[in-house]
Each structure stands twice: as C-alpha cells, then as structure tokens.
Design a protein around this ligand. Sequence first.
Ligand code: GUN
Ligand code: FE
Length: 459
Amino acid sequence: MAASAPIKKTVYYGTFVHSKSLSELDICAKGAIGVDENGVIAFVERDVSDVANVIQKYGEWKDAEVVKIEDNGFFFPGFIDTHTHASQHANTGLFGKTTLLSWLETYTFPMESSLSSLSKASTVYSNFVSRTLSHGTTTCAYYATIHVPSTNLLADICLKRGQRALVGRVCMDTMSPDYYRDASVEAVIKDSKASIDYIRSIDPSGFIVKPILTPRFAPSCTASCMSALGALAKQTDAHIQTHISENKSEIALVKSLFPDSQSYTHVYDSADLLTPKTILAHAVHLTHAEVKIIKERGTKISHCPASNTALTSGCAPVRELLNAGLTVGLGTDVSGGFSPSILEECRQAIWVSRFRAMHDGDEAKLSTEEVLYLATRGGAQVVGMEDKVGGFEVGMEWDAQMICLGRVKKEGEQEGRFAGNVDLFGFETPEDKVNKWVYGGDDRNTERVWVRGRLVHKR
Ligand code: GUN
Ligand code: FE
C-alpha cells in the first residue's frame, strides 16, 4: 500500500462520477477506465456493456486486473483538503465557546507545542493521515508545528502511506507564547529551509510530498519575517499557505499591528506572499478591493465552512468569490473545524451558503454539483495539481475513491454489507445516489481509496 509499490494495469468498471464544470457532474453509468503501471489513466470508455470487449479492444490489457463496482456505488475522484492542521487533530471537537484568538491561546498553542515530542507527533500524525485517507482525502495541505523534526516526520508518514501532501513547518516569531514561538527571523528562515530541503530530499519528484512555506497569520509574524519568507518562496519556488480575514477581532488586530497597510491583504502583498502558489484560508470578510488584488496575483482560496461556524468567524461569501473569478477549494481546518472529512465540509459549505442566501438571495446557494467541484477540481487548482488530479481524463492520475451505498434489506435477508447511513430503495437515479451520499454519507461508504493507482485505504 506504499507510494512506491509496483502496480498492475487495472481496468475500473462501473459507474464513474466526476465534475465536468462547476455546475455540472459527468455521470457515466457503464464506464471502463484503464490505469497503467504508472497510475496514469490510459483510456476512458463509455457505454460498455461487457468489460471483456474493452480488454479485447486494448490488446496489451489482456492480463489487466478488473475492479468492478456494483449498482449501489460509483467511483469518484479523491478529495482534496486545501487546509488542515494535522497538529491539532488531538483537539478535534474541543473549542467550547471560544472565538479565534481565545481558541488559539486556550487550546491550540499548548497542543501544537506538545508535538515537540516526536513520539506524540508520530501517534497524532499517523492517526490523522489514516483518518483523512479513510474519508477519501487523497491530497492534503497540512500545517504541522514550528518543530522541524516532527514536521519532517509528518512528511515521512504521508510518503509512506502514499497520501499526496503539502507539508508546512509553521512560522511565528511574534505575539505568540514564550513556550511556542520562533526566536528570530533568522531562525524562521533556517528552519523553513531545513524542512524544505528534507521534504525535497525524501521525494525529489514531488509526486507525493512537497514542502509549503507557512507563515501562521499576520499577527504571528513580523513584517521582516513575512518579507524574508516571501523572498524564500521566490528563491525556492515553494508553495505558501496562511490564514486571512477569518474573524473580525483578528482583522482589527492586523489593522492595529500594521497601521500603514491599507488592508489585511496588503500586509501579505507587501511581503510578496501573494503568488499563484499561495493558499489563503478563510477569506470570510474581504473587501472588494482585497478580492481584486488576490485575483490579480492568481492567489487561491481555501473555504473552511465548518471551522468558520464553529469559531463563529462568519459565513464566507463563496458565490461572490467565485463570481470575482477566484479559485476556491474546501478545507477541513481541523481543529477549528470539527471533522477530518471533506464530504462533511461539502455539507457545511452547502448549509453556510444557505445562511448567506437568507440575506443575499438565492444566488448565494451552492448546489451539490458545485461543492463536489470545489472538493475535487477546485481543490486541485488550489494546490496546483489540476493537470494530474480532480477528475478522470486520459493522462490524469488515478486518485480515486470507491463509494458503496447501503441497500435496504429485503424480507429474510441479512443486513446489506454497505449499510452505512445511506439507504437505497432501488428507485434512485445516479443523481439521486450522489445526493444521498453527499447528505448522508460518511467514511463507512468509502470502501477503497487509491493514489496514483496505488491502494492507500481499504475498509
Ligand atoms: N489563524 C492563525 N492560526 C490559526 C489556526 O491554527 N487555525 C485557524 N482556523 N485560524 C488560525
Ligand atoms: Fe487553519
């Protein structure tokens, strides 16, 4: 089940569902997808009545393995989590009535600081990678902690388990507790470089793990720290991730800390931190002028609705961000968010859009199709992997999940094997099945998960 294990040519046969566009799903009821020894999709055939015909058509596939899915399920692209904190996993569900700044002090900094212990980091990170894989997350943008050894350990675990990951060593040189902060800008750069070099050394191809520079957020970083990280990003062509405009008190704090800056967005822009490879999490309260700069820089957005509700940060105006042409993906933001599941995040994105719709009108509502797009194709653009993952086209890589839904048992029959929480009664169209999964599904429906054609999770 490791990233480097050799794989056999495989034909996946049955129903495939993926996004055609933001508003449209492509549901192919009788498809056959050939995945070669490199995990790359070699062919996509539709309307296949018998998989044997496909194997006959592609002569060199005669010894291929066939993975067939029954009527109660479908293949779906692996989910992409564009923002989460592996280091906060042990705190999941613990936030009480705090809001962002009090939550950081009360729960988050003490927990992250404790991961200086490599044995604790190993337990938490191994468990979190297993947990996210079991929910069908094949690519994840992770925040670790300020500690280089445990950050590197997270990258080791992702590589070993075969989960694609951007792994970030957190930078914070000011306004942070004495027990958990960087000593100086020099220390930030030295440690960030050390982590970049290590992660690039264990996976020189970058196929599975890549480093990502991670200034925590503007209040935790001095202007010189952010500028030095902006320069390091340029020098190393690294990805960048941070938080922006999440909570009103945080925005007021940024204004007081950077009085000469026009906005929160300008603080990052002045440090050259807004690049096409930058992921900004939250973006709940941006002004139109800020959205315009982010668009001009080609910078991406991670929408984290569960976290935004849990910490009462606000309801991000996703429709406005999309209409402005921004690229948006979904993020679980554990442990501001209470679930490691992107499927849960899809539901939360839908709910939050409905709360916006109560004030902004129906256009604000996100559909099932739209949130699934954000969870796959949108996320792939956010992490810069849209040519490889997020959909099932020839030349893309097989990052996929096998979804199996329940079946209501007939009189005298044993309980269906894929009972989970979703009951199919037999009348459902493929579209109905997708909706039932989105609203009622969970990891019990995620039967198998592949990354680059390799099996990385099996129930
Ligand atoms: N802002 C700064 N740090 C954090 C964090 O760990 N989580 C969230 N949600 N927001 C932040
Ligand atoms: Fe976060």
